[in-house]
Design a binder for this molecule. Structure first.
Ligand code: FPP
Length: 259
């Protein structure tokens, strides 16, 4: 009997079904559902954020195992500053303690830490911890873990436009020389390829001001799983789904099959 796989079924060993020849270089994740996960356990929202750190650790490891080179995690958005002060403070403390505790582990696994966002708006303790961790891991090449912190895409694009407008104002550039490449060079992600895959957990179907430019041609994968429950096999399922997509970049299927 032929082995049939239905859309919502995956083989028992998800990881071994992944084709090594078609691994996305860059995966971006909106880690959502920590608060709901905690509520379901009868706990405070911050309990969910703490548990979410275990998912972060697993997914970074999973990237190393299958060869995903860049992982961007939306850890704190510009809009998250509007949450209750106790939650913001607890999240900042969690960031500091997690980065401090996890850096030796990340370093030993060849992970390089990078950050995007309005870093100057973070508490000084957080800025210092990030700086130390980025310095320590700067030579690593296996996986680059990019934390989006106090980040929003509209903030990032506005910054890029301001920098380019200054160049035009100073006569270094003509307005019609502003190209998509030039805009990309002024985004905080200019060093890395655009994500081929964007995952959002917890059943929400939005991109919430995350990498609006960089996700122009990314595949989106939405799952009902809440972030603290999202572990390696869930990640591998997302990779498998990505591998079953046809990426056309505006072309037709027939054009693609000719190559
Ligand atoms: C969204 O869930 C999650 C966040 C705003 C914070 C994510 C932070 C972590 C997982 C911990 C720290 C991470 C690192 C990288 C050290 P939510 O609170 O919006 O959940 P809800 O939608 O159920 O309310």
């Amino acid at each position: 009997m032929p082995f049939l796989i239905f859309a919502n079924q995956v083989p028992m060993d998800v990881k071994s079904s992944i084709h090594s020849g078609n691994i996305p270089k860059h995966v971006a994740i909106i880690m959502d559902g920590n608060g709901r996960w905690a509520k379901k356990q009868g706990e405070d929202r911050i309990f969910g954020h703490h548990e979410g750190v275990n998912s972060v650790r697993e997914i970074v490891e999973a990237c190393g195992e299958i060869g995903v080179r860049f992982l961007t995690l939306y850890a704190f958005s510009t809009e998250n500053w509007n949450r209750p002060k106790e939650e913001v403070d607890a999240l900042m403390e969690l960031l500091v303690s997690t980065i401090s505790m996890e850096t030796p582990n990340l370093h030993s696994k060849g992970v390089k830490l990078e950050v995007i966002g309005d870093i100057k708006s973070l508490p000084l303790s957080c800025q210092l911890e990030l700086k130390e961790s980025m310095e320590m891991t700067s030579k690593n090449t296996k996986v680059t873990l990019i934390l989006a912190l106090s980040y929003s895409s509209k903030w990032e694009i506005t910054n890029a436009v301001q920098q380019i407008a200054k160049m035009v104002e100073q006569g270094k550039l003509k307005a019609d020389q502003v190209s998509s490449e030039l805009i990309e060079e002024h985004l905080s992600t200019s060093k890395w390829p655009d994500p081929e895959l964007m995952i959002r957990t917890s059943g929400e179907h939005r991109i919430s001001n995350f990498l609006l430019w960089q996700l122009a041609y990314s595949e989106f994968y939405f799952t009902e799983v809440l972030w603290p429950d999202f572990r390696k096999d869930d990640f591998f399922r997302a990779i498998l789904a990505y591998q079953n997509r046809e990426r056309r970049f505006g072309k037709t299927s027939e054009q693609l099959s000719r190559h």
